[in-house]
Ligand binder design. Structure first.
Ligand SMILES: [Zn+2]
Ligand SMILES: [Zn+2]
Length: 351
């Protein structure tokens, strides 16, 4: 009987787990949400992998490493600088806003309010200072969503092809009118401007607001992988006949690094191509499902303004506020689909 009582009173394993998780959540509020917990776990894993690769180089070859640092300090400093810069860029990108539609609505609304008060001030573009602020736009407060007569609705309708039904570009989750190139992200549960994709490794969407940062992160990560791979190969050349298990670990890490490097290089080339043609991954993959791209020839990039202009807009466009691009008219699309001639090459039509 006593044993039975003890068994009944003992807290179950699930209860103890829930209790400890509850305590953790209270101490670290970011752990309460499973999605944020897994994103945090991935970040810790990524930093851990970077540290392991750097630490192995030092631990397996400490004497040579110290000797090389003494003779060529700039070489070690440059590598450590790239290492730190890559991790910093990773955290900057993962914590940056991809450019949510709600923030753009707010910015447009603020600018419109200023315009009503002071028409001269309206010439200033919508400010991007709200980029990281999550704003819940209430139609009763702002009158921005749900009605065609609102300023935002009119703005979006002007950007869409004439005659497009409002329900075609209204998000069924957020109930806001999406400008062209915006898409609702199921993971973030928000509409994102110039949606590219949701990056699991970064735990955030890649959109208009952070695509440039994402590209720089890819470049730095690729450079770091290349340099680390070179250091590993140098180690193998010098120590191939020494301790077998050390060589085995280095070869295993080098294989993983090579696979990651191939993936990174392909991703970097792919995103560079997207930037030069002003496309997003979503537009490229789901071209037939996007209403304003349906029927447009595959070789025509509707939003492209030439390679140089596309790169400029990609690097500097975000600093002047949110960019809301209109869908080109049929005449503009026809002009873009015109085959290139010798005269076009001379006049740099592609640039
Ligand atoms: Zn949405
Ligand atoms: Zn997302």
């Amino acid at each position: 009987m006593t044993i039975l009582n003890i068994c009944c009173c003992r807290p179950s394993r699930d209860y103890v787990y829930d209790l400890s998780m509850d305590r953790c959540s209270r101490c670290f509020p970011c752990l309460a949400d499973p999605a944020r917990r897994s994103a945090l776990g991935l970040k810790v894993a990524l930093v851990g992998v970077h540290l392991i690769y750097a630490a192995i180089l030092f631990l397996f070859d400490a004497s040579d490493f110290i000797q090389k640092t003494k003779t060529q300090p700039w070489y070690t400093c440059a590598y450590l600088l790239l290492f730190v810069a890559t991790l910093v860029q990773y955290f900057i990108t993962s914590s940056s806003s991809p450019g949510y539609v709600f923030d753009a609505i707010r910015a447009v609304y603020e600018s419109n309010t200023i315009y009503k008060r002071d028409p001269v001030a309206s010439k200033q573009p919508a400010s991007s200072k709200y980029g990281s602020v999550v704003v819940t736009v209430d139609s009763s407060q702002t009158g921005l969503s749900g009605s065609n007569s609102t300023y935002w609705s009119k703005l979006v309708m002007d950007l869409q092809p004439p005659g497009t039904p409002v329900r075609t570009f209204t998000c069924s989750y957020c109930n806001v009118e999406q400008p062209p190139r915006a898409k609702h992200c199921q993971d973030c549960d928000k509409c994102v401007l110039q949606f590219d994709h949701h990056c699991v490794w970064l735990g955030t969407c890649i959109g208009q607001g952070n695509h440039c940062k994402f590209w720089w992160y890819l470049l730095e990560e690729t450079a770091l992988c290349l340099w680390t791979g070179f250091l590993y190969i140098t180690y193998l050349k010098a120590h191939i006949a020494r301790t077998w298990w050390k060589v085995g670990i280095v070869i295993l890490l080098l294989i993983i690094l090579s696979i990651s490097l191939i993936f990174l290089i392909l991703l970097l080339i792919f995103h560079s191509y997207l930037i030069m043609t002003n496309q997003t991954t979503f537009e490229l993959v789901r071209r037939r499902r996007i209403h304003y791209l349906r029927g447009v020839a595959g070789r025509v990039h509707p939003f492209s303004e030439g390679v140089c202009r596309n790169i400029f807009n990609f690097c500097c466009g975000r600093t002047s506020g949110y960019r809301l691009e209109p869908v080109p008219t049929a005449e503009e699309l026809e002009e873009k689909s015109r085959p290139y001639t010798c005269l076009d090459c001379v006049t740099c039509r592609c640039c």
